[in-house]
Every structure is written in structure tokens, then in C-alpha cells.
Design a protein around this ligand. Sequence first.
Ligand SMILES: Cc1cc2nc3c(=O)[nH]c(=O)nc-3n(C[C@H](O)[C@H](O)[C@H](O)COP(=O)(O)OP(=O)(O)OC[C@H]3O[C@@H](n4cnc5c(N)ncnc54)[C@H](O)[C@@H]3O)c2cc1C
Length: 206
Amino acid sequence: MKADVTIIGAGLGGLVLAGMLHRQGVKIAVYEAEASADARTQGGLLDLHEHSGQRALHDLGLYEAFLALVRPGEDAKRVVDCQGTVLLDRPGDLATARPEVDRGELRRMLLDALPPDVVRWGHKVASVRKTGCSRHAVAFGNGSAVETMLLVGADGAWSRARTALAAYEKELFARSCPVAHLSASNLARFFGPDAPMSVVDLFANG
Ligand SMILES: Cc1cc2nc3c(=O)[nH]c(=O)nc-3n(C[C@H](O)[C@H](O)[C@H](O)COP(=O)(O)OP(=O)(O)OC[C@H]3O[C@@H](n4cnc5c(N)ncnc54)[C@H](O)[C@@H]3O)c2cc1C
């Protein structure tokens, strides 16, 4: 299956985007450097805010599943000095609007909401280059490669994909939306009927 949108990185951002596009019927492929979903522990707790993380989970239809992962009271804080004297002891707030969840469990929930073949594990981006009008060639460390029209760099804070894209798409990012050159019907096909409006609004306000 040829994907309409190629996403680099199966972290929280990449998987939320993949889930949104999948719900709109867009064909997606996510390329992730790690060898499998269980290749490493994903870190500690995250608190999710109403206006961002929780809102995304609502839109994905995963809010109820998220609530089942919440760890009540895990926002408790205690600060001690080097003698062990307690300087701050704040109990957890059971009614907090920013509940805590385990990052690994959250990622697993997002993965389970996607068809199993969407994430291609063991694909670490080695290079990205432009191959003509709005196409990108992505080469992976395992020797494989893909060519794609829409490429999203969700490969973390030190993103190799975004760095490469920014190097040759600088003018495009600076002056217009990266998808603005697509026809309205293509936009609707890629992102669903509502999203193109937000693209237009963004630039109307900017
Ligand atoms: C210490 C800390 C605490 C935080 N606490 C919170 C919090 O409480 N609440 C909150 O909402 N946010 C929190 N954040 C922010 C949150 O972690 C990020 O916003 C979120 O992880 C960003 O998601 P992402 O998908 O862009 O990147 P990541 O989650 O970093 O995922 C990137 C993915 O890309 C993969 N990758 C990397 N390089 C390549 C490559 N070359 N090729 C292919 N794949 C690659 C990685 O293996 C990884 O799976 C915290 C961040 C940190 C560092």
C-alpha cells in the first residue's frame, strides 16, 4: 500500500497525527527508529492538559481509554535537602485537571488504535532529500528507502527529518503553508473537510 502521508517517528506526536489521519481515511505510514514497541521503556509520567493532550485524545475517540490509564495522586511532590529535611510536601490532587499517565502506556494506547502495519519499526532516518516537485526521498539506516509527497518530521526534539526539510523548504515555510499549493480537493482528501479552513485561518491571521 502506498501511503498518502509519511510520518517519521512513532512518539506521542507522530502517533496522534497518525491516528487523526487514519480516522479521516488517509493512508499513512509511520517510520520509527526503535526496533519494536517494546524496545525500550518510554520514561516516566506525563500530565495531560485539557486544552492540548486531553483535547487530542477526545478527538481521537480515546478519552475513555485514557481515563483508565490515569494514576490518581501521582502529581504529589516532595522536596528534601541533603540531610533529608522535608522542604516541600505537597499531596497529590485527586481532582486535578491535569492527570498523570505513564508515557509508555499512553504510547501503547495510541499504537493499539492504529492498524498493526502502519508503524514500520527499525527504520531510522539517515537522510532526506528533495526529488522534484514536492517530493521527498527518505533513506533509512537499514538500507531501505521511500519516496513521498507529504512528509512529517515527528522524530523528536533533535529531529533529523525536520532539519533536512528546513534546509531546502525554508522559503516555502517562511512564506506560505507547506500544503497551500495543493488543490482544495487534495487538501480535503488528505486532511478531511474541516482542516483546510484552519490552514487558511492560520495565514489570514498571520
Ligand atoms: C522530561 C520531560 C518531561 C515532559 N513532561 C511532559 C508532561 O508532563 N506532559 C506533556 O504533555 N508533555 C511533556 N513533555 C513533552 C513531551 O514529551 C513531548 O511534547 C512529546 O514527547 C513530543 O512528541 P514527539 O512525537 O514530537 O517526540 P517524541 O515523543 O520524542 O518521539 C519521537 C520519536 O521519533 C523517533 N525517532 C527519533 N529519531 C528518529 C529517526 N532519525 N528516524 C526515525 N525515528 C526517529 C524516536 O525513537 C521517538 O519514538 C515532557 C518532555 C520531557 C523531555
